[in-house]
Write a protein that binds this ligand. Structure first.
Ligand code: GDP
Ligand code: IMO
Ligand code: MG
Length: 425
C-alpha cells in the first residue's frame, strides 16, 4: 500500500504526526517538495521532534528516508537535523537517500530572500527567509543553480560558485545596496557539506522504482499545504513549489497512479502564517483563544499563526485538485470549550454564490464567508480511541465537514501525541 499525506490548508495541519503514525507500516518515507521552510512536529511520549528537511518517518528507525529531487536542500539545516537525531540515538546511516538532482540552498539564497522581503516592506509575502523562493527561481532559471550532484565534483562546483557569487553580488549591490558576499567562504562550507553528505547521495528515482517493483510500501510526505501551491494556491502569497499533491510525481519521479491513497490533512479550524487573504479568519478574541489552546506559533519561525474557522469551500477545492481520497482532521481537542463553533460552507461575491474556491488573490479578497453555526463541545479526553467516544457535538461537527467536503474523515487527532489519534474503520 502506498500512501501520500498532504496538507489541504495553508500548512501546519499536523502532517508530521500523521506521517509518523503511518510510517510504522511503511518501508520508505519520501519528502518530495519544499525545503527547510517546513516544520513538521512529531511527539513521541514526552519527546518532541521538529523536522524541517528529514522526512517525519526518520523517527521510526526501521524506515528508509528519501529526500527526492523536488526538495530544495539546505545542507546546514539537514546536517544539523541528522546530528541532533544521532544524539538521541536515532541514526540515519544506511537509511537516508538524497537525490543527486535536488537543488541546494546556500547562504546567498537566504540573503536574497531577506533582502527582497525587507525591500517589499508592507507588501512582503512573509516568507520563512529560508531561501526557498530564490533557490527554486535559480532552479527554473537554470544557469545559476547548484544541485546535490555538484558536491561530487568540487572543482566544477568551485567555478560554479564563483560565477554565481559574481552575479548575485551585482544584483544585491544594484537592487539593495547590500555588501558583497564571499565566494571562498561559501565554497569552504560546501567542501564540508560534500564530505558529510557523500554517503547519502544517490539516484532516488531508481531507488524508489526498484522498491515499488519489489512490493515495498511507500509513504509520500507533502510539505506546506495545497493553498500555498505555486500554481493553485493564493498567489502571490504562496510558496515556490507545488505544495499540493500535484507536486508529488514531479518531485520524486513516481507517477500518481502508484499511490493507493491520498490522505488530506486538515485542522478542525484554519491557520495561516505570513501574509495573504484568509476568508474565515478570526482576527479577534476567538482567534486568540484558538491560538492559545492550539499553541499556534510557527514550528520554523515561531511567528503567531493567524487563526480562523474551518473553511469547507477551501478544503473542497484542495481535495478536488489533489485527488484526495480521505481526510485526517487534527486538533478536534483544540476546538473544545466553545458554546458554538462555525464552519464556512458557502462563498458569495456581491451576493452571487461562488461554486469553486477562487485561488486568485484579488477574487478571494472579495469573497464573503457564510457560516453555519453548530453546537460546541466540552473537553475531549486524550484517551479517546473511538469515534463514538467523542462528545456527540464533535461527532456532528465532523459529519457536517464530511458532507460539505464530500469525503470521509478517517483519522482524527485528539492531542499532539502519536497515541492521541482515532482511526475510523
Ligand atoms: P505540519 O507542518 O503539518 O507537520 O504541522 P506542525 O507540526 O507545523 O504543526 C502542527 C502542531 O499541532 C504541532 O505542534 C503538533 O504537535 C500539533 N498537533 C498535531 N495534531 C494535533 C492534535 O490532534 N491536537 C493537538 N492539540 N495538537 C496537535
Ligand atoms: P509546513 O510543511 C506554514 C508559508 C510562509 C509564507 C509563504 C512563503 O510546516 O506545513 P516561503 O518561505 O515558503 O517562501 O514562504 O509560505 N509557509 C508555510 N506556512 N507551514 C509551512 O510548512 C510553510 N512553508 C511555507 O509562512 O507565508
Ligand atoms: Mg509546520
Amino acid at each position: 500500500m502506498n500512501n501520500c499525506v498532504v496538507g489541504l490548508q495553508w500548512g501546519d495541519e499536523g502532517k508530521g504526526k500523521v506521517v509518523d503514525i503511518l510510517a510504522a507500516e511503511s518501508d520508505i518515507v519520501v519528502r518530495y517538495g519544499g525545503g527547510a521552510n517546513a516544520g513538521h512536529t512529531v511527539v513521541v511520549g514526552d519527546t518532541k521532534f521538529a523536522l524541517h528537511l528529514l522526512p517525519s518517518g526518520s523517527i521510526r528507525k526501521e524506515a528508509a528516508c528519501v529526500i527526492a529531487n523536488g526538495v530544495v536542500v539546505d545542507p546546514e539545516v539537514l546536517l544539523g537535523e541528522i546530528e541532533s537525531l544521532a544524539k538521541q540515538n536515532i541514526s540515519l546511516n544506511d537509511r537516508l537517500f538524497i537525490s543527486e538532482n535536488a537543488h541546494v540552498v546556500l547562504d546567498y539564497h537566504k540573503t536574497e530572500d531577506r533582502l527582497r522581503e525587507e525591500a517589499l516592506g508592507k507588501n512582503k509575502i512573509g516568507t520563512t527567509i529560508r531561501g526557498i523562493g530564490p533557490c527554486y527561481a535559480d532552479k527554473t532559471g537554470r544557469s545559476y543553480a547548484v544541485r546535490v550532484a555538484d558536491f561530487r565534483n568540487l572543482e566544477r562546483l568551485k567555478a560554479k560558485i564563483e560565477k554565481i557569487v559574481a552575479y548575485k553580488n551585482k544584483l544585491f549591490s544594484a537592487l539593495y545596496e547590500a555588501p558583497p558576499i564571499d565566494a571562498d567562504e561559501i565554497f569552504e562550507k560546501c567542501k564540508i557539506y560534500a564530505e558529510k553528505l557523500a554517503g547519502y547521495i544517490t539516484d532516488t528515482t531508481a531507488y524508489l522504482h526498484e522498491a515499488i517493483d519489489s512490493g515495498k510500501s511507500l509513504l509520500f510526505e507533502g510539505a506546506q499545504g495545497a493553498l500555498l501551491d505555486l500554481d493553485h494556491g493564493t498567489f502571490p502569497f504562496v510558496t515556490s513549489s507545488n505544495a499540493s499533491s500535484l507536486g508529488m510525481s514531479a518531485g520524486c519521479g513516481v507517477p500518481a497512479q502508484k499511490v493507493d491513497r491520498f490522505i488530506g490533512v486538515v485542522k478542525a479550524y484554519s491557520t495561516r502564517v505570513g501574509a495573504g487573504p484568509f476568508p474565515s479568519e478570526l482576527d479577534n478574541e476567538i482567534g486568540q483563544t484558538i491560538r492559545d489552546r492550539g499553541h499556534e506559533y510557527g514550528t520554523t519561525t515561531g511567528r503567531p499563526r493567524r487563526c480562523g474557522w474551518f473553511d469547507a469551500m477551501a478544503v473542497k477545492y484542495t481535495s478536488k485538485i489533489g485527488g484526495i481520497n480521505e481526510i485526517a482532521m487534527m486538533h478536534i481537542d483544540t476546538l473544545a470549550g466553545f458554546d458554538e463553533v462555525k464552519i464556512c460552507g458557502k462563498y458569495t461575491i456581491d451576493g452571487r454564490e461562488i461554486k469553486m474556491f477562487p485561488s486568485d488573490g484579488d477574487e478571494l479578497a472579495k469573497v464573503q464567508c457564510h457560516f453555519e453555526t453548530l453546537k460546541g463541545w466540552g473537553e475531549v479526553s486524550p484517551e479517546v480511541s473511538e469515534f463514538e467516544q467523542l462528545p456527540k457535538e464533535a461527532q456532528q461537527y465532523i459529519k457536517r465537514v464530511e458532507q460539505l467536503v464530500g469525503l470521509p474523515v478517517m483519522i482524527i487527532g485528539v492531542g499532539p501525541k502519536r497515541s492521541q489519534t482515532i482511526f475510523r474503520k
